[in-house]
Ligand binder design. Sequence first.
Ligand code: ADP
Length: 270
Amino acid sequence: MRLEVRGVSAGYGAKLVLDGVEFEIPAGKIMTLVGANGSGKSTLLKVIGRLLKPRTGCVLLDGKAVHSCDTAELARKMAILPQLHHASGETTVRELVGFGRFPYRSGFGVLSARDREVIAEILRLTRLEPLQERKLSTLSGGERQRAWIAMTLAQEPGVLLLDEPTTFLDIRCQFEVIELVRDLNRRCGITVLMVLHDLNLAARCSDFIVTLKGRRIRHIGTPREILQPEILREIFEIESVVHVGADDIPYCVPTGSVKEEDNKNGDGGL
Ligand code: ADP
């Protein structure tokens, strides 16, 4: 599914966080949103996922405004995994994945044969079959995050929004999560928009990277186009050296923060 963000302004009370944000993600691509803390990444994901109403502008899914979609209809098209999510530690992996079938249920009915089929397929795809009867409280951080992603997939969405899905995970689990996302994107053609802090992870798994600063989108491009010292200086106020690996994927090595006197062109974030 194609996702378009058109002229979105949004904020909280008197505070304007996004002002005229405009970009689109082609169907079946992975786009990662990057920016400094407080630049509005989560706010933008919330507006796209309809958790926050924009003041102006709209979000279109295959040309249809998400804010005028019926809730169940939207949940069958788009799934969001916010930064903070919670379920009882007593919930099993299989139950959690089953929660993702809510847009297909009528009332509180039992799972249909189709629901059970989808859940089984997702447990297989996410390699959670051996853990399906385990309670969430007994899982490692990486396994738990995989279970949450599996829950969003049970919605069978065309678009998946992930807010910092690798936070608090060790480096191996971070790779596992982004490899899973990449794999699902390749196999199922899901369009993905995620927020990641780690630029090198973003470069490894994204078709496009989009940068946010000063309430607006500043750059959109391939990882090679975005991982450039001058762009990283502008967005993150860091000095860096960028290399390109043998696999053609760029990676950056931050070497320090930009000092005030060197930052005459900075606008101080928001
Ligand atoms: P990011 O995800 O890039 O770190 P956020 O979207 O979380 O940024 O926050 C952008 C700005 O909006 C910050 O200044 C933050 O303090 C503010 N903000 C976020 N959520 C709320 C809220 N619920 N109420 C008031 N201000 C908020």
